[in-house]
Design a protein around this ligand. Structure first.
Ligand code: SF4
Length: 241
């Protein structure tokens, strides 16, 4: 079993790579031989359990000398140029929206375009995330230790929330592990943009089956793919047995 502490590292050391490999192996076992929607959703729910356990570990640990400022009703981090999401997260989120919300309510899915300015995430309703239980890693890892820095980012479009650095590494480690599992199955493993992706897949019942069969996601959904360390970590972990 993987050690959560190992996932907080950011140095591509043997222990870090092994921790990510162990997590990838754990996720791989969940998906087993035949990838099904149920297995994928179960894997994604486990990923969120791990992410939330990591947040709790960080809160309890000496890595943090200040308390998190985040609370319900504070929505400044939901204003952004975009939110990155993995393919599995996108399908998990679309499934949640289909089950929890009235599909006939077109307004719910009227997604405003985000250009270069920060706009509210389309899932933000009256200051609260309407898909909180299914929100992606990109939202879960934003735990601010200074609410003033979040508000300043919103007002000036500069800077960002003050996050404990290890938590950002933790999110990358988890994402790398899931991308390794997708790549092993020759699935399209690229970062997507939440709003465009949800708009395109939420009413498309064949989208998940197509992805599982190895078809590429629509390029309109693609986020800018991270270069450098993220890809390097995937390659290094893939070399481990
Ligand atoms: S998915 Fe939810 S938490 Fe994430 S940006 Fe959108 S409204 Fe905010």
């Amino acid at each position: 079993m993987f050690e959560i502490e190992g996932l907080f590292m950011n140095d591509l050391s043997v222990s870090h790579l092994n921790a990510v490999r162990s997590l990838a192996n754990y996720l791989d076992e969940i998906l087993a031989e035949k990838l099904t929607a149920d297995a994928l959703f179960f894997m994604q729910s486990k990923i969120y359990e791990i992410q939330d356990a990591g947040a709790q570990a960080l809160t309890n640990s000496a890595m943090q000398d200040r308390k998190f400022d985040c609370k319900k009703g504070c929505d400044s981090c939901c204003y952004a140029t975009h939110v990155d999401i993995t393919p599995a997260e996108a399908f998990y989120l679309a499934d949640y929206i289909r089950r929890e919300h009235e599909l006939q309510n077109d307004e719910y899915f009227s997604i405003p375009p985000r250009l270069n300015k920060m706009a509210a995430c389309p899932l933000l309703k009256e200051g609260v995330c309407s898909a909180y239980e299914a929100r992606p890693l990109s939202c879960r890892y934003i735990l601010s230790t200074d609410i003033a820095s979040c508000l300043k980012r919103l007002e000036t479009l500069t800077g960002g929330a003050k996050l404990p650095a290890p938590f950002s590494h933790f999110r990358s480690s988890i994402a790398v592990a899931s991308f390794i599992v997708f790549r092993k199955r020759r699935l399209d493993a690229r970062w997507l943009v939440l709003d465009k992706t949800i708009e395109l897949i939420v009413n498309d019942e064949s989208a998940l089956a197509n992805w599982i069969s190895g078809k590429s996601m629509d390029n309109k959904m693609m986020a800018e793919q991270p270069a450098g360390k993220f890809e390097e970590m995937i390659v290094e972990v893939e070399k481990l047995v």
